[in-house]
Structures are given as structure tokens and as C-alpha cells.
Design a protein around this ligand. Structure first.
Ligand code: HEM
Length: 427
């Protein structure tokens, strides 16, 4: 994508937007929205930092898929808790670790853990049946968090999630979720994480003890085998990897599901459409439910901001990117670009099933793109579809309290509890 007319002087960002953001009166997303107006690649300064915001599909593809060695992960925010786990690793260690985990999260691997997903689905279905009988509103976001945590815990250990571990992991995860989207260097926040790390260590030791007794397939067996066979795969790395899978896997999935129930409350006809697509267990119904998930992740790509560090100079759409600059990818903005997505603000899952309307490369990346894309993407989609196949026909979730704000931290999330009354539906 090198062009001859590269400029090293970033176009000026609207001074008003920058000032509002600096004064705390605006959100980071407003700053990015203003920057996006400059074009598919926009450069600006935030204090000492020189930022390049990339929102054009072709340029997203260039950064994430075609040039992952130029645009690298660097000093990940989650390292304070997740250490050298896959999310924060780089270089050769990352390659080795990815090779161990990847097969567990594709076709046959996922099928091995499907009984654990189904057990977690049965658990939430039971809780919702009891709640529906009372007619009282409940925090369904907490239910969905419990569900997705149970899925990953069961897949790791082949054991149900006990209440103490549930609490410990949620508390550890919450401390990470509270890091602002644009965090200071990890050293500055490490002190705040002592307690979270202690909790996480107890949970990890418990998981390892449980996994030793398990007979069904479980992910920890794969990690422990790697530790026994590979020289650099230390016990500490087993702990980091285990916590990485928990933390990367549960909040993201649960938040996507919360958005989905909020969107279905505003668009009840879309729930009816998905259920009418085919009978229980049919591929047609599964495809329509998958489209609900895809469209939810288009409007709310939970991992809404992906930072990269330019390890070498490059030129992006005429802008000279210098080594050392921070490059930000923002699927939240790319997914709402009217040139890529007609009527971008509309919730219209059918767009994912229309023949010949596959998104252009780089236009849709809720799970990232290229070699560092989400290792758990297929697993997450399978988990969400299995849950929705069970819950959607059985209940209509009437949202009683919609959070007014959208939170933009490590995830884009409803900023407050999502309370709903569950109305049993006959099918
Ligand atoms: C809706 C659910 C999910 C979303 C939206 C999501 C999103 C993402 C994204 C965007 C990335 C890449 C970040 C980047 O390039 O900077 C990522 C990486 C990752 N995700 Fe997910 N994820 C989800 C569920 C899961 C699940 C269920 C697991 C595991 C069980 C998981 C494990 C990981 C790991 C380990 C990485 C790091 C991969 C690597 O760097 O090689 N994620 N995820």
C-alpha cells in the first residue's frame, strides 16, 4: 500500500473534539469518531503519543492480516494479570503456545468440549425457569457472565464451577475490565493487581487439582501435557494460559450476549424471524441464530479497540507511519461505516444471509484478523448458538432497565446491570 505522496505530518484533528475529550467532557469514542472524519487512516497526537487510527477496510486488512510483523502487539494491558499467556505473548513463545491451543478450538477440538457447553446451558436454563416462575426482574447480564464462565471452567477442568471460584474469577476479571481503554504502561498499574493476582492464583491451583481427577476431555490436560513435554512450557505458563482462556473467554462472550438480548428487546420481530427460519435443531434455525450473533457483534464488537505498535516504518493510505507509533484498529467504527454497511445503525441480521453480500475483507473483524485473531472465535460462536437455541424459543426477555450509557473500556459494554423479566413462551 505504499504511495509516493506520503506525508509525515498528520492531518489536524478537530481541536474542539480534542479539547472536549481532554476536559473529560467527552468520551474516547467521540474523539475517534472525529478522527475518522479525516479518512480511513487518521493521524493525531494525544499528549506525547502519536496515534494512527485505522478504520478503512483495506487498511485494516493491510495492518492485521498482511503485515502482522510490522504492526505488532506490545505491552498488553492485561499482562498484569495474565502474564505470558497467549493474549500477551509475542514472537517465538507466542507461536509455540498458539500451536498447542489452536487445535483445541477448531472442529474436533470444540466437539470434545461440547458436552461441557451443554451442561452450562442446562444450568442457566434451570435458573431461568425458576426466575420465570416468580415473574420478578433479574440481572440477566450476571446470569450470562455466570454461564460463559461456567463454559470455560468446565472445558478446562471437566468440573462444574463452584461459588467460591466463581467469585474469585469474577473479581479478578472485574479488575482487568476496569482498566481504561487507553491505559498507562503496565508498570504503573501493576500495584493495583496484587489482590487480583492472589485470587487468580488460588483459582488456578484449584483448577489444576480438579483437572487431575477428571476423566472427560479437558483443556487443562492439554496444557499440562505441554508443560511435561516442551522445555519452555513452565508451570507458571500453565497458570497464565489457564487464566488467559478464562479472562479472554468469559467477559467478551457474556457482553456480546447481553447486547444481543438488549437488541432483541428493541427488535422482537428478529427473534420471531430466527425461530421461524426452521424447526428446533434445524440447520436453517441455527444459521438464523448465527446471523443474530454476527449482527450483534457488528454493532457491538466487544473488543472494540485493538492497539498495535509500529515495529518498522510503513506508509498507510498516504500517511507515513513511523516506527514506534501507536496504531489503533477500531472495529466499532469500521462496522458502522455506511460505505461498507448500508444502513449501518440498523439491526438487520438478514444482511449476513443475503447471497453475494459477504463483507469485503477488513470490513468485519469482531474477532480480529490475521495470525493474532481470536483463537476462541469458533468456540465462542458455538457456545452462543447452543445457548440461544435453548433460551430463545423458551423465553422472551423483557428488559426492564436499560443502561443509559455505553461503556468503552477494554470492552464496549452496557454501563450498568441489564434487568429483565423472563416471559415463558410456548413452542
Ligand atoms: C464474543 C466473544 C469473543 C470476542 C468478541 C473475542 C475477541 C477477540 C479479539 C478481537 C481478539 C484479538 C485481539 C487483537 O488482535 O488485538 C481475541 C484474541 C484472543 N481471544 Fe477472543 N474473543 C471472544 C471469545 C473468546 C473465547 C471464548 C476465548 C477462549 C476460550 C478467547 C480467547 C482468546 C485468546 C487466547 C486470544 C489471543 C489470541 C492470540 O493472540 O493468539 N476469546 N479475541
Amino acid at each position: 500500500m505504499t504511495t509516493t505522496a506520503a506525508t509525515s505530518v498528520p492531518p489536524e484533528l478537530d481541536a474542539g473534539a480534542l479539547a472536549r475529550w481532554r476536559d473529560g467532557g467527552g468520551k474516547l469514542i467521540e474523539l475517534f469518531e472525529a478522527a475518522r472524519e479525516l479518512g480511513p487512516v487518521a493521524g493525531f497526537r494525544l499528549g506525547e503519543r502519536r496515534i494512527v487510527l485505522v478504520t478503512g477496510a483495506e487498511q485494516v486488512q493491510h495492518v492485521l492480516a498482511k503485515n502482522p510483523d510490522t504492526y505488532v502487539k506490545h505491552g498488553h494491558r492485561a499482562k498484569v494479570l495474565l502474564g505470558d499467556g497467549l493474549l500477551c505473548a509475542s514472537g517465538e513463545p507466542w507461536k509455540r503456545q498458539r500451536k498447542v491451543l489452536h487445535p483445541q478450538f477448531t472442529g474436533r477440538g470444540i466437539r470434545a468440549y461440547e458436552p461441557q457447553i451443554r451442561a452450562a446451558v442446562a444450568g442457566i436454563a434451570e435458573r431461568w425457569a425458576a426466575a420465570a416462575a416468580t415473574g420478578e426482574a433479574r440481572e440477566i447480564d450476571a446470569d450470562l457472565r455466570h454461564f460463559s464462565l461456567e463454559v470455560i471452567w468446565r472445558s478446562l477442568t471437566a468440573h462444574p464451577l463452584d461459588p467460591e471460584t466463581h467469585q474469585r474469577l469474577i473479581a479478578a476479571g472485574d479488575s482487568l475490565a476496569a482498566i481504561p481503554a487507553f491505559a498507562p504502561a503496565t508498570g504503573e498499574i501493576a500495584d493495583d493487581f496484587r489482590e487480583a493476582n492472589e485470587r487468580a492464583d488460588v483459582a488456578a491451583a484449584h483448577a489444576i487439582a480438579l483437572a487431575g481427577e477428571a476423566e472427560e476431555p479437558h483443556l487443562l490436560a492439554v496444557l499440562l501435557k505441554a508443560a511435561a513435554e516442551l522445555p519452555d512450557y513452565t508451570e507458571r505458563l500453565v497458570r497464565d494460559e489457564l487464566l488467559t482462556l478464562v479472562v479472554a473467554g468469559y467477559e467478551t462472550t457474556a457482553t456480546a450476549l447481553s447486547w444481543l438480548f438488549l437488541l432483541l428487546d428493541a427488535h422482537p420481530e428478529q427473534r420471531d424471524w430466527a425461530l421461524a427460519a426452521g424447526p428446533v435443531g434445524s440447520p436453517e434455525r441455527a444459521a438464523a441464530i448465527r446471523a443474530l450473533v454476527d449482527e450483534t457483534l457488528r454493532l457491538y464488537p466487544v473488543a472494540w479497540l485493538m492497539p498495535r505498535y509500529a515495529a518498522a516504518a510503513d506508509t498507510l493510505d498516504g500517511l507515513a507511519v513511523e516506527a514506534g507509533m501507536t496504531v489503533l484498529l477500531c472495529p466499532y467504527l469500521t462496522h458502522r461505516d455506511a460505505e461498507l454497511w448500508p444502513d449501518p445503525e440498523e439491526f438487520r441480521p438478514q444482511r449476513f444471509l443475503e447471497a453475494g453480500r459477504r463483507p469485503v475483507p477488513g470490513a468485519y473483524f469482531p474477532f480480529g484478523l490475521g495470525p493474532r485473531a481470536c483463537v476462541g472465535a469458533q468456540f465462542a460462536v458455538r457456545e452462543m448458538v447452543l445457548l440461544l437455541e435453548e433460551l430463545l424459543p423458551a423465553y422472551r426477555a423483557e428488559i426492564r432497565e436499560t443502561p443509559e450509557e455505553v461503556g468503552y473500556a477494554i470492552t464496549v459494554h452496557p454501563a450498568g446491570p441489564v434487568r429483565a423479566v423472563l416471559h415463558p413462551q410456548g413452542e
